[in-house]
Design a protein around this ligand. Structure first.
Ligand SMILES: Nc1ncnc2c1ncn2[C@@H]1O[C@H](COP(=O)(O)OP(=O)(O)OP(=O)(O)O)[C@@H](O)[C@H]1O
Ligand SMILES: [Mg+2]
Length: 500
């Protein structure tokens, strides 16, 4: 491979944001037919490097060479013209347009007829094994499907260099298998791929070479075959990793537990069908299941995100009292928090600072509203959460859009937890969070249960479900089809229940 010429080189790449070096003196290269993985903690600079390559931002200094020639992209369109396409961590699709329109976005020949557009998109999606209807507006798609549309767009653009930023974070194991097949296929066609993932096993499996970034600097570039997971982690954080700290109460919860939330035969169209389950105070209930199993939808029904006229039947009770929220605000007032995977859509005020977002979380509660906090108290409040969730503290005064993906996720957590809810529903809580921080978030989830709160964790990542849950429910086709105690649950049993 090295005998061929690098298709891409970054030489001495620097990007400075308001005095902070997001990346510093980075040298990086990429060969045709190579998968080059980037690893590093949240905020290490992975997305920044790639955004510069893809023309979304400009380097403060340093050079980018394509086929040995210096380039200077002013916008993503320029990079695309040079054959570089990036599939973003935070999806960049236009929500009000359909899947097909989004795929064509950027190179629509004027006046392509809708029908043609849809047929072309359908063929492409099928060839990629993605189950997405091209005529659906993107706003109605879940995170995983949005990602599929982005991937399809990159392929459609015939890119020679494709950058995947956390492509598998919201895919199911089955979809990941398809995706890997796709990546290998691209590789044999000579496409060069940059692959960012916090799932280190994935990078080790799919990559030819891996580069580790730490605090904006490149620490090592080496063939994947010479690295192990432990070695990668060492390079990433420069110290041994905190082991999974969250030992569950093996005694199990006391026999006289209080039922806090019950879902009884709730039905919504074809998505949720007669779903029933209960959640008790002081426990973590994990909900596993494939995308489309109705897990996220039931959370959205409980929280009042999905309008109640969509619900066809069934009852949801909070401490015995039937509830039916019209808007999330009512759920928040009743002490329910929903921390969602789609932080862009539901989570934040993007242009406000970390401090302000945490404060807004507080204000959203009834109690919070009567206690407007002084500046000092606000800052103390934010400090507390920044410390607890290890939010990149340099970036305190940063606006949310300026945070790395993983740090955004942590602010979303803080913003909800500050409300001191009695029921907390997490939807993919560690998506995009680096391996060093996941134990801390899991610990936080366990702590909530120990404080007597009722906690629900929806996750596609089975090790996570297994690590935090007292009880595990498996959803399939809109129903809860299996239940396991923590002691008896295994990945195999859960997966089996999820697909059979
Ligand atoms: N637009 C911006 N303005 C200011 N600072 C920024 C901006 N974008 C990124 N940063 C900062 O640059 C640093 C690197 O961020 P980057 O998004 O590249 O991290 P990352 O390695 O992709 O992390 P993650 O794994 O969490 O996605 C972070 O400290 C981040 O806060
Ligand atoms: Mg990132």
């Amino acid at each position: 491979m090295n005998r061929r010429r690098a298709v891409l080189q970054v030489v001495g790449g620097n990007k400075i944001y308001g005095g902070v070096h997001a990346i510093e003196g980075i040298d990086f290269d990429l060969f045709p037919g190579e998968v080059h993985a980037l690893a590093g903690e949240n905020g290490a600079g992975k997305s920044t490097l790639c955004k510069a390559i893809a023309g979304a931002i400009r380097l403060t200094s340093g050079d980018i060479l394509v086929d040995g020639k210096r380039v200077d992209f002013e916008q993503p369109r320029d990079a695309l013209a040079a054959g570089i396409c990036m599939v973003y961590q935070e999806t960049s699709l236009v929500p009000t347009m359909t899947v097909a329109q989004n795929i064509e976005l950027g190179n629509e020949k004027l006046l392509t007829r809708f029908r043609t557009l849809n047929i072309r998109a359908q063929q492409l999606l099928q060839s990629l094994n993605f189950q997405v209807d091209p005529t659906t507006p993107v706003a109605l798609l879940g995170t995983a499907k949005k990602q599929m549309v982005e991937i399809a767009r990159a392929i459609h653009n015939n890119a020679r260099i494709i950058i995947f930023d956390e492509p598998t974070a919201s895919l199911t194991p089955e979809e990941i298998v398809h995706f890997f097949r796709l990546v290998r296929n691209l590789r044999t066609r000579g496409v060069a791929i940059i692959y960012i993932s916090h799932a280190l096993e994935e990078s080790l499996q799919i990559a030819n070479r891996i580069t580790v970034l730490r605090d904006g600097r490149s620490v090592i570039t080496a063939p994947a075959s010479t690295l192990s997971r432990d070695a990668l982690v060492q390079h990433m954080i420069g110290r041994p990793i905190v082991q999974a700290i969250c030992g569950r109460n093996s005694k199990g919860a006391s026999p006289r537990r209080k039922k806090v939330l019950t879902v009884e035969n709730v039905t919504m169209g074809m998505v949720v069908k007669n779903m029933s389950f209960s959640v008790y105070a002081g426990e973590v209930v994990g909900i596993a299941g494939l995308i489309g199993s109705g897990r996220t939808e039931i959370a959205r029904i409980i929280f009042g995100v999905l309008k109640r006229n969509l619900v066809n039947g069934g009852i949801i009770r909070l401490r015995g009292r039937p509830i039916r929220y019209r808007v999330p605000r009512q759920a928040i007032d009743d002490g329910i928090a929903y921390i969602t995977e789609d932080r862009k859509a539901d989570g934040f005020f993007e242009t406000m600072t970390v401090d302000d977002n945490v404060y807004i979380g507080k204000l959203a509660t009834k109690r919070g509203f009567t206690h407007l906090l002084s500046h000092a108290r606000r800052s103390k409040l934010a400090n507390y959460w920044i410390e607890r969730l290890k939010i990149n503290a340099l970036q305190r005064k940063a606006r949310i859009i300026e945070l790395s993906g993983g740090n955004q996720q942590k602010v979303a957590l803080a913003k909800s937890l500050v409300q001191d809810p009695s029921i907390v529903i997490f939807d993919e809580p560690t998506r995009g969070v680096d391996v060093g921080t996941i134990p801390h978030i899991n610990e936080e989830i366990r702590r909530l249960a120990e404080q007597g709160k009722a906690v629900v964790v929806i996750s596609s990542y089975l090790p996570e479900i297994l690590a935090v849950s007292d009880r595990i429910l498996v959803a399939r086709a809109g129903q809860i089809v299996a239940e396991f105690n923590a002691e008896e649950a295994t990945q195999d049993k859960i997966l089996y229940a999820a697909v059979h």
